[in-house]
Design a protein around this ligand. Structure first.
Ligand SMILES: Nc1ncnc2c1ncn2[C@@H]1O[C@H](COP(=O)(O)OP(=O)(O)OP(=O)(O)O)[C@@H](O)[C@H]1O
Ligand SMILES: O=C(O)c1ccc[n+]([C@@H]2O[C@H](COP(=O)([O-])O)[C@@H](O)[C@H]2O)c1
Length: 203
């Protein structure tokens, strides 16, 4: 089966993440997209407790038949590096073909990730470009990485969706309405558990 991997901190998950999963599935005929909230992100700190982030992912995925929650990184207990996740998923599920979905900006930093050669050899990367004017720059970077690492990287075209988890956290703190940015269940969860009301996040 062709499986998309959407890794992220999802603090909180938002409509941009869901849109990315939908476009990847449609454009590359992925049968499933697995959402992997990371327990200990390699590049961020002070994130909300993983149990909250998992619950919000569960609520957001309701009604999306192709989307599934995968707890591999969340339950790992150590920092989750993408190369290690993909290597382990390939071992656990040799019958599947994995497509790692990332924002195109990550393509410009992926060489500083842990073991990029391993990650780039073990799966196909789908790099989402959100801005048409940047498309040629992104294509140049794809060509560079493909040549250097013999990598499989494809351009994923998505509409521009100007939303990020950091914006949402700030909006909640300022008492602003986030209804258009997250699924209703996620909005309710954030309010019920009083997440993001202060700079210190829910533990
Ligand atoms: N609005 C969006 N449109 C398309 N892709 C997005 C969008 N927001 C995030 N992504 C992608 O989703 C993946 C997971 O992102 P993450 O969970 O870090 O969310 P984020 O909104 O970027 O968070 P933060 O604002 O806290 O950095 C990344 O590959 C990121 O590039
Ligand atoms: O493996 C790494 O070194 C690495 C470094 C930065 C980010 N990642 C992964 O990339 C995905 C999206 O990360 P980000 O920074 O866009 O939120 C998420 O699954 C992270 O675990 C992975």
């Amino acid at each position: 089966m062709k499986i998309g991997i959407m890794g992220g901190t999802f603090d909180p998950i938002h409509n941009g993440h869901l849109m990315l999963g939908e476009y990847a599935a449609r454009q590359f005929r992925l049968q499933k997209v697995w959402f992997l909230p990371n327990g200990n992100p390699p590049h961020k700190s002070g994130e909300t407790a993983v149990r909250h982030r998992i619950e919000m992912v569960k609520l957001a995925l309701e009604g999306h038949d192709r989307f599934e929650l995968n707890l591999y990184e969340a339950e790992k207990g150590t920092v989750s590096y993408s190369y290690d996740t993909i290597r382990n998923l390939n071992e656990l599920y040799p019958e599947h073909e994995f497509y790692f979905i990332i924002g195109a900006d990550s393509l410009f930093s992926i060489e500083s990730w842990k073991c990029p050669q391993s990650l780039l050899s073990d799966c196909t990367i789908l790099a989402a470009c959100r801005d048409e004017k940047d498309q040629s720059q992104v294509q140049e970077q794809i060509d560079y990485l493909k040549k250097k690492y013999q990598a499989g990287i494809e351009l994923l075209l998505t509409p521009m969706m100007d939303v990020s988890s950091s914006d949402i956290r700030q909006m909640v703190q300022y008492g602003m309405d986030i209804s258009s940015l997250v699924p209703p269940g996620v909005k309710e969860y954030i309010h019920e558990h009083r997440l993001y009301l202060t700079e210190e996040k829910g533990k």
